[in-house]
Design a protein around this ligand. Structure first.
Ligand code: NDP
Ligand code: OXD
Length: 313
């Protein structure tokens, strides 16, 4: 079994060593430009076009993250990049759900307990107790109720928050109100105070967070975008902050990463930024999942995390 690996920023040797331990029968190598020798599996994150083009012997392509938008966008630009019928498989959770829970809880508590306002008052030497927000006035709405959205919803419910979610199909998550489909989006937004985005980036969801969408939230809403920068109209967010539609935003993902020096988000007093680290791929957990999935494909079983290319996630 031949496996090629490509990740532009990860420690390639750690992956190759770990994969060799898990799949001793496999020959595993780092892919380098010009390597066109036949392979069975490709493990990739943001691969160059030529790595996957015309690979007719492939039995599976494993994306080293949860989102497959980069590879599917590339496929849309170069039709036929991914050989038809070859399973495209993403990571499902593999340690990311807990990271997302932590990230979201940190911001939700910061906003719920009005920490940003107290920090401002401290700088102004103002001793000024504020009226606490009531849980009943702090509805949390999650766009996307898949592996990560569901897990975040459950952790917020366990913390005592009121939670609703919006997805393509209806969900049955304990104590979480489910909305689905475009028709129910306005009802989902109405009354939501904290909007968390955990949608995949697809042609249907790109650009979904507009000024008009944010204006349907409760006034002085909070936005936590941890899915993709492509979901958010960044200029609209600046307007929403200016007019009081949005009180503050926590952003982990951006239209262009890293942001240019001139980007207004860097210095905006009510935007908090992190450099796309809300949930990072944990190599050991990921390799366990990928090795199990390779064994599944080898025994004609469907791997976990199989991506529906038509649907885009
Ligand atoms: P899943 O595929 O498990 O979940 C996607 C959810 O979005 C599903 O509930 C799905 O609905 C819903 N959805 C998809 N399209 C639509 C639509 N058109 N309208 C309404 N709902 C829709 O993905 P994950 O939870 O594993 O990951 C979500 C995203 O998080 C990833 O795609 C990635 O972009 C991002 N991410 C970001 C990271 C970071 O560090 N910032 C790290 C990891 C992931 P249904 O259930 O009905 O199919
Ligand atoms: C992912 C990511 O999709 O890290 O896994 O963004």
């Amino acid at each position: 079994m031949q496996i090629i690996f490509y990740h532009p920023t990860s420690d390639t040797q750690q992956w190759i060593d770990g994969l060799r331990r898990r799949l001793p029968q496999a020959q595993i190598r780092e892919w380098v430009p010009g390597d066109k020798a036949p392979v069975d599996y490709a493990l990739v994150w943001h691969p160059p076009y030529e790595m996957l083009a015309d690979r007719q012997t492939l039995k599976g392509i494993f994306v080293l993250g949860a989102g497959v938008d980069a590879i599917l966008n590339q496929e849309r630009q170069h039709l036929g990049l991914l050989p038809a019928g070859v399973p495209l498989v993403r990571l499902e959770d593999s340690g990311m759900a807990k990271q997302m829970q932590d990230y979201v809880l940190a911001y939700v508590l910061r906003y719920f307990r009005r920490m940003d306002e107290y920090q401002l008052y401290q700088r102004q030497k103002q001793w000024k107790p504020l009226t606490p927000f009531a849980l009943g006035d702090f509805m949390i709405g999650i766009l996307g109720a898949g592996v990560l959205g569901k897990s975040v919803a459950e952790s917020l419910v366990a913390w005592g928050f009121n939670v609703r979610c919006w997805s393509r199909s209806a969900k049955n998550i304990a104590q979480v109100e489910s909305f689905h489909g475009e028709e129910q989006l306005p009802d989902f937004l109405h009354g939501t105070r904290v909007l968390i985005n955990l949608l995949p980036n697809t042609p249907h969801t790109a650009g979904i967070i507009t000024l008009s969408l944010m204006r349907q939230l409760e006034k002085n809403a909070y936005l936590i975008n941890i899915a993709r920068g492509a979901h958010l109209n960044e200029a609209d967010l600046l307007v929403a902050l200016e007019e009081g539609t949005v009180a503050a935003a926590a952003l982990d993902v951006f239209a262009e990463e890293p942001l240019t020096d001139m980007h207004p988000f860097w210095s905006h007093p009510r935007i908090s930024m992190t450099p796309h680290i809300a949930a990072v791929t944990l190599p050991e957990e990921a390799m366990d999942q990928i090795a199990a999935n390779i064994r599944a494909i080898e025994s004609d079983r469907q791997p976990a995390g199989w991506v529906d290319r038509q649907r885009g996630y």
